[in-house]
Design a protein around this ligand. Structure first.
Ligand code: CA
Ligand code: CA
Length: 268
């Protein structure tokens, strides 16, 4: 056993010695002492661009901004005209105007009065006073009619015209007065005496056009005096809304489109 072990030890030592003394193959150098480090080379070329990055996550919602200031823009162009609106209600009757120098003979009378004046400018001034007086003096107005009668503080006046109720109303108002309306027995009798054999009925300023059977003045005021004929007013055939005075001093409701004497009352 000792021999075997010894033999094996010798063998191993022999192999180890051989390995350490074995010559490298031809062409190969044995490792020398390391040299000093070389110099740095030139920088290399830029590398390729990287891939686009992915979109980032949404940021937090910002605070509300300051309220904006309104600035009025320039006016727009005018639009097309609209369609006409509905017709309005009829307006109230206006104030009655003062009478002008419409009746010729009133103005002519004033002119003749001035013929003898030598100073024309003075005459013109006087004429102006006459004209102004004619517009404001009810006597002058009454005197411009062919027939006029004084009744208390007013005049009843007529040119003998025969016409409808509405035409008579307009005529008297245009002349500066109104259609006559007796307010006493005396006034009623004066009016009767202005009727003639040719025209035996005359209009009275009263009508029931607004409420059948209720006769009122044309300004809707109540009548303070009436003198109805027995059985009148009867609204005969349903078409009698205006009042006439007959030669017998009595009143009767009659159709407004009939024709009667137009007598005006002129008040101061
Ligand atoms: Ca009637
Ligand atoms: Ca009648």
């Amino acid at each position: 056993m000792a021999l075997s072990t010894l033999y094996l030890t010798v063998l191993l030592l022999s192999l180890a010695s051989r390995a350490l003394t074995e010559v490298p193959p031809s062409g190969l150098c044995s490792a020398g002492v390391p040299g000093s480090p070389g110099h740095n080379g030139e920088p290399g070329r830029d590398g390729r661009d990287g891939k686009d990055g992915r979109d980032g996550a949404s940021g937090a919602k910002g605070d509300c901004g300051e309220p904006g200031k309104a600035i009025q823009g320039p006016p727009g162009e005018m639009g097309p005209a609209g369609s006409p609106g509905p017709k309005g209600e009829k307006g109230d009757v206006g104030e009655r105007g003062t009478k002008g120098c419409g009746h010729l003979h009133a103005c002519i009378s004033a002119s003749l009065y001035l013929v003898d004046f030598e100073n024309s400018s003075y005459a013109f001034f006087i004429f102006f006073l006459f004209y102004w007086d004619a517009k404001n003096n009810y006597l002058f107005t009454a005197a411009s009619f062919r027939i006029f009668r004084k009744v208390g503080l007013k005049y009843y006046a007529t040119d003998g015209m025969k016409d409808t109720f509405d035409a008579g109303l307009k005529f008297c108002r245009d002349a500066g007065g109104d259609l006559v309306l007796p307010k006493s027995e005396t006034e009623n009798e004066v009016l009767v005496h202005m009727l003639t054999s040719d025209i035996q009925v005359g209009w009275i300023r009263a009508t029931d056009r607004k409420t059948e059977g209720i006769f009122l003045d044309t300004d809707d005021s109540e009548l303070t005096f009436t003198k109805w004929k027995l059985g009148e007013p009867n609204n005969y055939k349903g078409r009698e809304d205006c009042v006439m005075l007959s030669k017998h001093s009595e009143w009767n409701d009659c159709p407004c489109d009939g024709k009667s004497l137009v007598v005006c009352e002129i008040m101061n």
